[in-house]
Design a protein around this ligand. Structure first.
Ligand code: SER
Length: 319
């Protein structure tokens, strides 16, 4: 059998950074080609420069490396996307079509495409939002993700392309910073806490959003991709539930480790986006089809974040 070789786009992003390491641990470093559109000089030995909207460049890298599996993470997220809606649509969809077309042409075994809680809008129930709720997103990012989900389903039905997808909640992890999203505060706040700095939160203290710890998010991705093909019954994208958290609850958890932690609230445009998203998710299909189950509760997340961020900032004595 052909050895599995994996291509990851957007590998320098929040999830990509960690997912690439997990894939390398499983398949060997040499079998994971991690790419991103911008590669900082210090990342040049880790990332290969690739514009995922450039079909020729993607074809070249797939052919040269005998790629058999693709994780297409490159995208512009919800908050940043609102600055340039048309460019966001263009980049998110053009890169998706490029990956799907190349995947068909080169008979790629499996493709992973991330969707998001941003597909939901004001018409979906806020609590325990079900898989098949009405979708009327308020951001161009959300619109691009719904379109992506539908195209994933189309490529599966029409061409048999094995595309699998998750609607990620906000991801909280210590390994990388988030960027351009509405849920970013939930990462930034931990960095401020360990540095003993005050945090200014751009969301209302009572706005609950679905979140997931990075370890759970990576495991969900790998479990979905490992599941036997016949188990994957949702070919748009799966809801996955882990946590539902307000800034206030996050602060309460943080204060168990840092009682003097200070936060003030100054809402900006991201509050309106967050208001249009679910506060918690129902993930019955993911549980039934591939046994999804989250492991980390909020205080487990805080505990891990503080252990690891203290190491990162070299503050061993703080805990
Ligand atoms: N974390 C993403 C965002 O905030 C949601 O998928 O845009």
């Amino acid at each position: 059998m052909k050895k599995k070789k994996i291509l990851v786009t957007g590998a320098g992003g929040q999830l990509g950074t960690v997912l690439v390491k997990a894939l390398q641990d499983r398949k060997g470093k040499e079998n994971v080609i991690a790419t991103d559109v911008y590669v900082k000089p210090e990342m040049q030995n880790i990332l290969v420069s690739l514009d995922a909207t450039n079909i020729k460049a993607v074809e070249e890298i797939v052919e040269k490396n005998d790629i058999t599996e693709i994780y297409h993470l490159a995208a512009i997220l919800s908050a940043k996307g609102e600055e340039r809606p048309l460019q966001t649509w263009d980049i998110n969809l053009k890169s998706l079509f490029t990956i799907f077309e190349v995947a068909c042409k080169y008979k790629i075994n499996k493709v992973f495409f991330p969707s998001s809680i941003a597909v939901f809008g004001n018409s979906a129930p806020k609590q325990n939002t079900p898989q098949n709720a009405y979708l009327d997103p308020t951001t161009v990012y959300g619109i691009s993700k719904i379109a992506g989900e539908q195209w994933a389903n189309y490529y599966f039905s029409k061409y048999g392309l094995d595309v699998r997808s998750l609607r990620y909640p906000g991801i909280i992890g210590h390994q990388s910073l988030a960027g351009g999203g509405t849920t970013d505060y939930a990462v930034d706040i931990y960095h401020k806490a360990v540095k003993k700095e005050a945090f200014e939160c751009y969301l209302n203290e009572n706005t609950a959003l679905p979140m997931i710890f990075m370890t759970d998010a990576v495991r969900a991705t790998l479990e979905l991709m490992d599941a036997p093909k016949h188990c994957i019954k949702t070919r748009t994208s799966y809801n996955i539930n882990a946590l539902s958290v307000t800034p206030k609850q996050l602060v309460t958890s943080i204060k168990k480790w840092y009682p003097d932690f200070k936060v003030c609230y100054k809402e900006d445009f991201r509050e309106k986006i967050a208001q249009s998203w679910p506060s918690s998710i129902l993930d019955t299909q993911a549980q039934e089809d591939w046994n999804w189950e989250p492991h980390y509760k909020l205080d487990d997340v805080s505990n891990e974040m503080f252990i690891e961020l203290n190491k990162k900032y070299n503050l061993h004595s703080q805990l």
